[in-house]
Ligand binder design. Structure first.
Ligand SMILES: [Zn+2]
Length: 366
């Protein structure tokens, strides 16, 4: 089959499965054998306005942030590099003001070497499959998974590998070398020794011929794939969970310090802090993005109210508390510029106790 002509490629774009097979075949091929039995490089093509298949069959994604649905529709389904370059210069570059080299996107999190999920895999959030018209908007996460091999006892790892590859929830790969741990191989004297070497803890290097024994465990690379919108929702959910955890932890710390009737309520970054942070943005950074990344809380207690913000580290915001920065952190206040907001890094229980005392003192004045 000729994987190197526009006609052939165009005929493979009827479904995600066919598109995947095409891209995978070109990647496996790497080079093309010509009629006179020598090898030649493949012709690079930009396919569906979504991926590029390069001269070695390497699969690269076009930058999702730069190309719109309208761009993708305007592009021919299969373009050679020259056609793509001229389209880019005419339609994309004037708008984004970035060079051709920005047109490809990295594949962070995606399985190494090939950034498309195999068709049998499903989205790890919604369980759905992949569509050809949204296959550019896919994210992935790689991590390690501890696998108890006991249920495969008596089978080779080669057999296990095939079984695990057939699963639809994630792509799994053995490490190099493959290591298996079994308690019967471990040295009981090493059990509580954190400096024990892996062999003493029962780890052994094996090959795919290894026949699984009861008690065998291994650790595998696991790649889970997500639809772009599903992945973005997952990130929002996780950051919401993190925000709730911070609020709960902080409430507990305040109660341990002596604050009473504590409520920690998440709100948007208040105006006085937006103004201050807007004066010191990195190039390309916007205050809206920065404000989004902050987790800001208003804290109400019987002793008084103040704010706490979590960015790279937690900060106390004294605005509205009746306590000045000068009272809480005189050294910082002495060095701060005149327009500096009343914020300070949250340093620990002693600082919170001092804040408690200052708030109580203010209350008794009233
Ligand atoms: Zn999904």
């Amino acid at each position: 089959m000729d994987y190197d002509t526009k006609d052939f490629i165009e005929a493979q774009l009827g479904s995600y499965h066919a598109f995947y097979t095409l891209m995978r075949s070109r990647a496996n091929l790497g080079y093309l054998r010509t009629d006179n039995e020598s090898w030649q490089r493949l012709t690079p093509y930009i396919i569906l306005g979504r991926y590029k298949s390069d001269e070695f069959g390497g699969c690269h994604r076009l930058n999702r942030a730069l190309f719109t649905d309208a761009d993708r529709t305007a592009m021919s389904a299969v373009m050679n590099e020259e056609e793509f370059l001229s389209f880019f210069e005419k339609n994309i570059q004037p708008r984004i003001k970035k060079s051709y080299w920005s047109s490809l996107e990295g594949t962070s999190g995606l399985a190494p070497g090939f950034p498309l999920p195999e068709p049998h895999l499903i989205c790890a959030k919604c369980g759905g499959t992949w569509e050809i018209n949204t296959c550019h908007d896919i994210d992935a996460e790689g991590d390690f998974e501890e696998i108890d091999l006991s249920s495969f006892a008596g089978r080779t790892l080669f057999w296990v590998q095939a079984k695990l590859e057939a699963r639809t929830d994630a792509l799994r790969r053995f490490g190099h070398p493959i290591t298996v741990r079994n308690p019967q191989w471990s040295d009981p004297r090493a059990a509580d020794d954190e400096y024990a070497d892996p062999e003493e803890l029962g780890w052994r290097e094996v090959t795919l011929d290894h026949v699984v024994q009861p008690g065998d465990k291994t650790s595998m690379f696991r790649y889970r794939f997500y639809h772009g919108p599903c992945f973005r929702q997952l990130s929002i959910d996780r950051s919401g969970e993190r925000a709730t955890e911070y609020a709960e932890d902080f409430k507990q710390i305040l109660e341990e310090t002596g604050f009473e009737d504590v409520q920690v309520i998440r709100t948007a970054l208040p105006e006085h802090l937006r103004r201050w942070f807007a004066t010191d943005l990195d190039e390309g950074e916007s205050i809206d993005e920065l404000a989004e990344a902050f987790m800001y809380y208003r804290v109400q207690t019987r002793q008084g109210s103040f704010g706490v913000a979590y960015a790279a580290y937690p900060m106390l915001d004294l605005e509205g508390s009746g306590v000045s920065l000068h009272e809480l952190e005189p050294e910082l206040a002495a060095e701060a510029p005149p327009d500096f907001p009343p914020i300070t890094g949250l340093s620990g229980p002693e600082q919170l106790l001092k804040l408690w005392q200052l708030l109580v003192k203010n209350q008794s004045k009233k």
